[in-house]
Design a protein around this ligand. Sequence first.
Ligand SMILES: [Zn+2]
Length: 504
Amino acid sequence: MYDLLIKNARVIDGTGAPWYYGDVAVKDGKIAAVGKLSGDAAETVDAGGLYLTPGFIDIHSHSDDSIIGCPTAESRILQGVTTDVGGNCGGSEAPSGTYPSMADFLSAVEQARPSINSATLVGHGTVRKAVMGYSREEATDGQIADMQALTAKAMEDGAFGISTGLIYPPSCYSTTDELVRVVSAVAPYGGYYATHMRNESFDVVKSVEEALHVAKEAGVRLQISHHKVTHKADWQVSCKTTVAMIERARRQGLDVTCDQYPYRASATSMSSNVPSWAFEGGVDAMLARLRDHETRAVLREQSNASHEGRWCDIYVAHVHTEKNQWMVGKSITDIAEALGGKDPADTCFDIVLDENNHVGEINFGMCEEDIEYIMSRPFVMPGSDGEAMPLTAPGKPHPRNYGTFVRVLAHYCRDRGLFPLETAVQKMTALPASRLGLTDRGVLKEGMWADLVLFDVEKLRDDPDFLNPQQACSGIRRVYVNGVLTGLEGKHTGARAGHVLRKK
Ligand SMILES: [Zn+2]
């Protein structure tokens, strides 16, 4: 007798193969059989010809401490995500003061009993900070050996690879040679290298070159994170070059893939507008430099120069202080104007100071043509760059947290016709599963864990938008995690059946 029998579904198995009519039986959290099935089940669901697919795997998330703070992960479940990979962009929860080892962090996630399956990378920034703090010095051989040892230990504990965030201190203080040597520590474990590159703007081509070089020299697979071009003068030009470079590297035998979030805007910390040298010594040292009159003048000039007048594209996402609440959803340009024509960099710096650096921004820096060009490549998969959040999250978080996967299915696949539905599903399931080396998820077939999504393709809509991000997506009818119904008609059932995944 089965626990669950889903009958009469259009099965898209995740491999890219055409859909077929089938029934799917689940027993003990796993797919027990697929085909024309009869037999008893504790529960039978008539899919009524809707599409049934493997659960979506978000290869690029930041559900690090948030999966412990928000284990129900509504932002993930309500768009069909059943597995999340954290520790991206150079930042992981371990090794740190809170979680001395990755094993400590993963057991804390286990204790939180999340609704989704949870995997993580180890962050190069986190490892560098553990060894040398926020020093801008070049790492010595001894320090590199220490970083390699911490990285290897995190891999032993179950991390899937290493990430860098080369615009963020202290990851950004590393040389290419340091990266090659530290990244090589994941090679014996079959780990991969995910990189938020040094520059996604005017220097994106050189950054792709560095990423390819590091992966090749370190002997690991490469995942270019949230690939995009944010320099307006290079729109529709640079991405053709970077895609050609990636295709050439693939022809030459380097296993390189990319992820991408399907929006024109990015989201990050407001302090990313402060030149990175100001972070030497840490966040408090950066805040002190912003308070110092002379240093502030230098920072103001550099920041204004690098923005080339694009402060109007940068919006305040969330603040903590009562007095700055009026700024949420407004651009730096508008805020500066409301403050009587204040300098835009000063406006930004004062917000960072007021909020003690806990302030997020949304930055409209990409064009649709580039998004579609990159997305259409077979080696590109969606990654939200978002995290586990409740529907009650404060402020205006980036809608990618809640809507990435449905936006790709509804807008880019169904409405824009960039690729068939089977390809869209493959990009969200089997492709990221193969990146992670998962052999028991990402494809709908007998013996796999029963992570499943049932959706109505005509009704799919990415309702979460920049004005009202905290919403469920329409059209996602049922979401199962390890065979347990966790999302039903846009509501979370309260189930928490996720597993912590460790690299074997
Ligand atoms: Zn990033």
